[in-house]
Design a binder for this molecule. Structure first.
Ligand SMILES: [Zn+2]
Length: 318
């Protein structure tokens, strides 16, 4: 992006300026309104894009993006930051789990989007072209959804492009959350951005509709550490954090629309072949037993008794 003017859609911020505004664009002919901050530092430096609310009920991540947008000032910033706190606005007002109510799609499976596609695909296309593609570094903030508990973790993706992959891993390490997961989620923000040559991470903290100060701080602290690492704000290089790198992200899914009885908790260490919980019918008959596919740690669990066919049950990092 230009060193002097930071521009997204109809909004622009000159060098040393901070702008909050709403970009409006058409999705299937209807106006779609997307709030965002453009913060153009007094001094030149890297371009960082931070998004949240791709999953709009992951509140700790949204609260953290709002805190960043409200708090960051151009006179303390070297470089440029774009913050979009809630990408899926219809899902935010609807308190929707996983999906955008406009088309029933999971927005984190449709990036980089399609200008002629469904609503989620059109929104993803606008965000990818106008916001994410301006990044030299990209962070997408998430957490457990309304029906999910998780232990905080950071995901990155190895594209095969050595330079991009090394920087993504370094960003994930610097972010400072204990568990790092190397994984590809096709259609996700960070994988699409990584494939486009933009080093990217996805950070997860919080869940079940709860946004404690500690969970919000996992995200805000990580962003602060990353911006210090990149020399965008003062404070010096952050202390290295103790980390565990997990090379596999193994999801178990329900084969039935029924009831889910987990037998473990997040952050539990599990063994290959261990019983992690059961899907049962109303009379209590076991329809499916969730068996651990590896030795590893439970990263997230769906905590709702209600479960639908193909829904995730939990994930093991190994
Ligand atoms: Zn999410």
């Amino acid at each position: 992006m230009s060193q002097q003017i930071l521009k997204v859609g109809s909004l622009s911020a000159a060098r040393g300026e901070k702008v909050f505004g709403v970009n409006e664009f058409l999705v299937h002919g209807q106006p779609y309104r997307l709030p965002m901050w453009l913060i153009n530092g007094t001094e030149g430096g890297p371009s960082l894009v931070v998004t949240a609310g791709v999953h709009a009920a992951e509140y700790a991540s949204i609260a953290a993006a709002l805190e960043l947008g409200r708090g960051l000032e151009p006179h303390t910033l070297r470089g440029r930051v774009i913050v979009v706190p809630v990408i899926d606005m219809p899902a935010f007002t609807a308190r929707s789990i996983y999906i955008c109510p406009l088309d029933g799609k999971n927005p984190n499976r449709v990036f980089p989007g399609n200008p002629n596609g469904t609503a989620s695909e059109q929104i993803a296309d606008w965000v990818f072209r106008n916001v994410i593609s301006q990044a030299e570094y990209y962070v997408d903030l998430h957490g457990g959804d309304l029906n999910e508990a998780l232990v905080p973790f950071t995901i990155f993706f190895r594209t095969g492009n050595k330079g991009v992959d090394e920087t993504s891993l370094e960003m994930a390490k610097v972010f400072g959350i204990h568990f790092l997961v190397c994984s590809e989620t096709p259609g996700s923000t960070f994988c699409a951005a990584s494939r486009a040559g933009i080093p990217s991470i996805l950070a997860e903290s919080g869940g079940q509709g709860i946004w404690t100060p500690e969970h919000v701080a996992d995200h805000t602290r990580g962003l602060n550490r990353l911006m210090r690492h990149l020399g965008m704000i003062s404070g010096g290089a952050p202390q290295p954090a103790p980390l565990t790198l997990l090379e596999r992200f193994l999801w178990l899914r329900s084969e039935h629309t029924a009831l889910w009885y987990p037998a473990i908790a997040v952050n539990d260490k599990v063994k290959t072949g261990q019983n992690l919980g059961c899907v049962k019918d109303y009379e209590g008959r076991v329809l499916q037993t969730a068996i651990s596919p590896a030795d590893g740690v439970v990263l997230f669990i769906v905590t709702s008794l209600a479960i639908n066919q193909t829904d995730p049950l939990l994930a093991v990092g190994a």
